[in-house]
Design a protein around this ligand. Sequence first.
Ligand code: CMC
Length: 427
Amino acid sequence: MSEFAKIELDGKFYEFPIIEGTEGEKAIDIRTLRATTGHVTLDSGFGNTGSTFSEITFLNGETGILRYRGYPIEQLAEQSSFQEVAYLLNFGKLPSERELNSFKELINSFSTLHEGEKKIIEAFPTSAHPMGVIGSVVGSLSAYYPEYNLPMLTDEQRRKAIAQLMAQVKSIIPYFYRMTQGLEPVKSKPHMGYAADFLNMMYGSDDYEVNPEVAKALDVLLILHADHEQNCSASTVRLVGSSHANVFASISSGIYALWGQLHGGANQAVLEMLQNIHDNGGDYKKYLEKAKDKNDPFRLMGFGHRVYKNFDPRAKIIKKACDSVLESLGVSDPLLDIARGLEEEALKDPYFVERKLYPNVDFYSGIIYQALGIPTNMFTAMFVLGRLPGWLAQWKEMKEDPNARIGRPRQIYTGANERMYVPIDQR
Ligand code: CMC
């Protein structure tokens, strides 16, 4: 097999090295393409573009594989914990007990919000979308921790920034939630555990006790969302960080990228779609027809994925978790029946089969969040909480790469050629 790809342009041959990843993925290295041939590549949506080397996450969309640092997502979801996974993603190995405890202690030490942060949150109207609030507050952290504004951080500073963001976002979301409910904030009790502390800050009151099964289910959801290689938000984090903008600016940009309905915002959109179908009589087959109609902008939210063309392994685990959470809480949700019906019909419909459209991570997660009492407009904020360690790992890997360059795609200009300016009175 040739180690080079040949391109012929105007009768001249150019060779470009073939690069192979550890899982056998092959790429044509066109880094010298423009300098040698004067051409660029065109790849809208970056469906064929490898933007980086990465050792963090491997996924194979054809076979439905997802691994963090080599460990299958199924094993991590069953046996690991979210903070352990965060350590794994960021530091490349499973921690010893001592390493994990020291990482947890560092996270715990940042659990209290700065008074200024609270004021920023309180300045938002209670009707504000939580994603806008979280993105703003995370961006504002650069004002409180200016030592992280340097273009390059030491290993210790990076470690602290990771722990600090994981702690702070866990406190920011409940602080805003309670404000929208007219409730006093609940102080963080980080030794309860990451997911349990979060739930306690959301719902804590004299008669509230965190249900360990619910905390466990949330922990699993967070693990499933923790990283997904070079998706829209992770690429945004890397792109912003590549300019040497600080870590808070980079993560805040990732939060905004996640907000959109085609990305993390899909979990809110799924629940709204299911509710809408329910409120209109529950005829989900009608909605399948709408999703297939090219003249109708409606899409089946929570279905389809840029990379997964077989099944999304996260969706499989979540579907199972959904059943057990609802059972343990004694909740029966009519939206779950609609979701199951939609899935069943879609999976035998030629439109969805031919396009390899399967339920993705967002299809069933909203039903769990709803059962946990999380308001619909906060679902994407839950995705932020889960994805945070992945964004941080992507940011850290990029900052540690001695060959990293500022992200700067090219374009094919299709506008007007040079023309003369016409003064306004002569137009
Ligand atoms: N409902 C109906 N048709 C769809 C859907 C859908 N959910 N998704 C894709 N299609 C059709 C699309 O119309 C196109 O048809 P045709 O070839 O006839 O033009 C074909 O399938 C390919 O779609 P695409 O838009 O070119 O695919 P993409 O890779 O650019 O987009 C996607 C991927 C996830 C944005 C898209 O499937 C979608 O909009 N899904 C609904 C939103 C959603 O659930 N997003 C969450 C993704 S998972 C969480 C995350 O990691 O962010």
